[in-house]
Design a protein around this ligand. Sequence first.
Ligand code: FMN
Ligand code: SF4
Ligand code: SF4
Length: 407
Amino acid sequence: MNKNFENVDISVDFGGIKLQSPFIVSSGPLTYAAEGMIKAHEMGAGAVVTKTIRIKRALNPVTHIAILNNDSLVNCEKWADSAPEVWFEREIPMAKKAGCVVIASVGHTLEEAEAIVAPAEAAGADFIELVSYTETDMLPMLEATIARVKIPIICKLSSNYPAWKDPVECARKCIEIGKAHNHKVMIAAIDSIGPVLSVDVYNPGPKLGSDNGYSWMSGGAIRPVSMRINYEIMKMDRDIISYGIGGVTKAEDALEYLMVGTTGVGICSILIIKGMEYLNKVVLELKKKMSELGYSNIAELRGAAIDGISSKTADEPTVGEQENDVESDAKLQFTFKEEICIKCNKCVNICSYDARTLKFPIMKVDRDLCRNCGACSSVCPTRALTSEVVRKFTNTDELQNYVGYFS
Ligand SMILES: Cc1cc2nc3c(=O)[nH]c(=O)nc-3n(C[C@H](O)[C@H](O)[C@H](O)COP(=O)(O)O)c2cc1C
Ligand code: SF4
Ligand code: SF4
């Protein structure tokens, strides 16, 4: 294990440009102007994505952001509220001058891509990121952008059905177009999820001020949706350069994305909720976590989970189906480290079957009641209680502690 985590190298090669970290502050209110982008860079962002630039500046509804819980929110914020010229003349050059790697987000139509991408490149953007309302708009926007710029192009793909039916297939088409034109094309997936509805119980009606009251959800809650899509994109072609967006709230979340093969990770909502300074903590936490896990650079862990997932993945979802399932002798073997247990009792309280008891320092599980669901070890905040799937118990601690409790 690398004891000095400061020596852990978290820089990444992102389409030929070196990023100081894999964290990319994705398009949103934090990158509304140069000031926000510069702050992100100073807090350790590898790159920053401008608020989406469109021909007409946005007039945002009042209100347009509501916090759901400690890591998720809903919003109906539109695109950039300043005109393209402001981005070309002030925001992009100023952010570049301060050392930011700048990704210019351009949306949402072919006409706008045609008008905006070349001046964004001329203003100093390192990448163009295309964002569109529908899957079918993305490909012509990409072709038009390839014809107008030399810098790499990122296609930001959404998972919002029915406008986006198959982001994985769309990723494949984007990469193919890039290859056909010998132009570097990269992928970002996904965007916020919706439309969704959040109701104000104090003033019955929608929480947010969009025309129909609907909004878009982002933050921790959407990470597993995005993880599945990013995994499928990277399993399809491990050479794709991409960054995974959706619900990155801490270092471990970033590792999840990197381990399914993305090169970078987007981060937005958690920084709105906790402030940009929090990014600096996550950057340090990533180094510590990598050191703890024995990694000294990102390349060593990138894609590390793909084989483990694909070896057990059926082509179709099998949730709810069990025609082919057989009774298994697999079970969870628990390890309890009393020295790092903070006696929070979360592991006990979460068990739906009342199978677990903790009379510190004795942790017990009643094997007649335990269904091997895994909730108790997954909720433990310190990893004092961990579990692994086994056919036969081998852990002598467990054998000693739990004598009389095995079924
Ligand atoms: C308030 C707000 C405004 C956003 N505005 C944009 C935008 O202008 N363009 C864009 O491509 N994505 C926009 N997004 C989406 C984010 O870039 C990101 O894809 C999404 O929030 C998921 O990441 P997260 O879970 O880390 O927040 C916005 C998100 C939020 C919360
Ligand atoms: S694995 Fe599930 S059933 Fe077993 S003790 Fe833990 S929470 Fe309870
Ligand atoms: S959840 Fe973890 S830290 Fe909390 S009591 Fe259980 S073992 Fe200890």
